[in-house]
Design a protein around this ligand. Structure first.
Ligand SMILES: Cc1cc2nc3c(=O)[nH]c(=O)nc-3n(C[C@H](O)[C@H](O)[C@H](O)COP(=O)(O)OP(=O)(O)OC[C@H]3O[C@@H](n4cnc5c(N)ncnc54)[C@H](O)[C@@H]3O)c2cc1C
Length: 419
């Protein structure tokens, strides 16, 4: 059996932040376990890096100073080329009239096609520094009492410290680890929303600001804008598909489309305490109504209160084809809870006032886009320690909501280990 001083589970940005933090302080008895051949997280998908607090940083765990101190280190490793913004004041003023805020964010965009080279170079630096990486290796369980990680291939690994960073898709796995090791957690909030796809001439702000983040009343925000060569994709969760978006770097196969999410944060209170379960029920309902696929509807149909059907997507009335071709034309009003739909639609109307055109009849609304990252363990300190020498970081543990914050979370755990 192998033994390491530190075992990190997951090679997404949270795992990387931890590994580089350890390496920097000369700790190289480190094993990183990754179930895929390459990290599957957001570093690989589009890779927009946000360097402005509080984007990506849950304020419960991060002050502005704490985040900014860590972000300096993230920049050192990721070496971002910050994208320029134009006409920000014009958009900000228009938004302010409606009580909407447009955040001014330092951001870099890599693109899905270029991200693997970045990931490979980071992994190479780690391995050259002496860190052991086991790819295609699935961690099955952590037994804290025995200080062992059990692997799906039947092997086990001993540790002094363990850092679990399994990402959002590792939600159930992490809950299982917490239950089996007697770690308390809460799971009471969730983001539910839709993804909007339109032609770039109907959302021209993207020429001035790659990923504009608007904060609307009713806890609705725009999120994760992609343009240039933008595609809507679906991600498989245990009981449903959630949509998402990404784009290739600007030069590659432009399609003149834009997509972005409009998400509403739902805070659940007693007696409904599980955001994960709520999301699952909504996701399953959408799947029921759309034959096991995400649903899509043209704004023109939505406004008229009628469902979209395959004819709506034939192209004679409307000017572009959906990029997520497997989505089923349908009626969002049947699938999205009324309060969520009302707040998102009101926000979209505000957006259409700030950037006239986005609610063109051809614009497509995809549903569901669900973010269940609030699987918050009870931490015993600010280093994301859940039991002595056991840490949980990244989106799966609710300590981040984006690449850079996930990196910072891992780096913070590493600081406790290296003193
Ligand atoms: C399509 C898509 C696009 C996105 N675009 C952006 C973006 O542009 N900008 C942004 O800031 N954020 C983006 N995000 C969000 C971003 O992915 C996350 O915030 C970030 O990656 C979280 O980092 P993490 O390390 O916590 O988790 P992840 O990046 O998800 O990494 C977790 C890793 O752990 C591995 N793993 C999980 N369970 C196990 C196990 N049991 N054993 C071994 N390995 C395991 C996974 O394979 C994965 O590689 C996007 C997400 C998606 C899905």
């Amino acid at each position: 059996m192998n033994n390491f001083e530190v075992v990190i589970i997951g090679s997404g940005p949270a795992g990387l932040g931890a590994a580089f933090g350890l390496l920097e302080k000369g700790c190289s008895s480190v094993l990183m376990i990754e179930k895929r051949s390459i990290s599957s997280g957001g570093l690989r998908n589009d890779c927009k890096q946000n360097y402005t607090y509080p984007v990506g940083f849950p304020e419960l765990f991060w002050t502005k100073d704490e985040a900014e101190n860590e972000l300096v280190n993230v920049e050192r490793y990721l070496n971002p080329r910050i994208t320029e913004k134009k006409n920000l004041e014009v958009y900000k003023k228009r938004a302010a009239v409606l009580g909407v805020d447009l955040l001014d964010i330092r951001q870099a965009h890599v693109g899905t096609d270029k991200a693997p080279a970045l990931i490979n170079s980071l992994m190479q630096q780690l391995e050259e520094g002496g860190i052991t990486v086991w790819r295609d290796t699935d961690a099955l369980a952590i037994n804290y009492e025995e200080r062992l990680v059990y692997l799906k291939n039947g092997k086990k690994v001993g540790f002094k410290y363990v850092i679990a960073a399994p990402g959002r898709a590792g939600f159930n796995w992490l809950q299982d680890v917490m239950k089996k090791n007697g770690i308390g957690f809460s799971d009471n909030s969730v983001d539910i929303g839709i993804r909007v796809e339109c032609s770039s001439e109907n959302y021209p702000i993207v020429k001035d600001y790659y990923d504009p983040k608007f904060v609307f009343p009713y806890k609705v925000r725009s999120f994760c804008t992609n343009s240039g060569a933008a595609h809507v994709v679906k991600e498989k969760y245990e009981h449903y598909y959630s949509v998402n978006g990404h784009s290739l770097s600007r030069k590659n196969s432009p399609n003149n489309l834009v997509n972005f999410a409009m998400l509403k944060t739902i805070e659940l209170t007693d007696p409904v305490a599980s955001g994960q379960y709520f999301a699952q029920v909504l996701g399953q309902m959408a799947m029921q109504l759309a034959g096991g696929q995400p649903m899509m509807q043209r704004v023109g149909d939505f406004r008229l209160g009628k469902r979209s059907n395959s004819k709506t997507f034939n192209g004679d009335l409307y000017d572009f084809k959906p990029t997520l071709v497997t989505a089923t034309p349908g009626d969002l009003a049947l699938a999205v809870p009324a309060k969520i739909l009302r707040h998102i639609w009101s926000s979209l109307k505000m957006l259409d006032t700030i950037i006239p055109g986005v609610l063109h009849p051809s614009t497509i609304l995809y549903y569901p886009e669900i973010k269940t990252y609030a699987n918050r363990p009870v931490f015993i300190n600010r280093f994301f320690e859940v039991k002595e020498n056991m840490f949980m970081v990244g989106d799966g543990a609710g300590t981040s909501r984006g690449i850079t914050a996930a990196w910072c979370s891992g780096a913070r755990a590493a600081k406790k280990i290296t003193g």
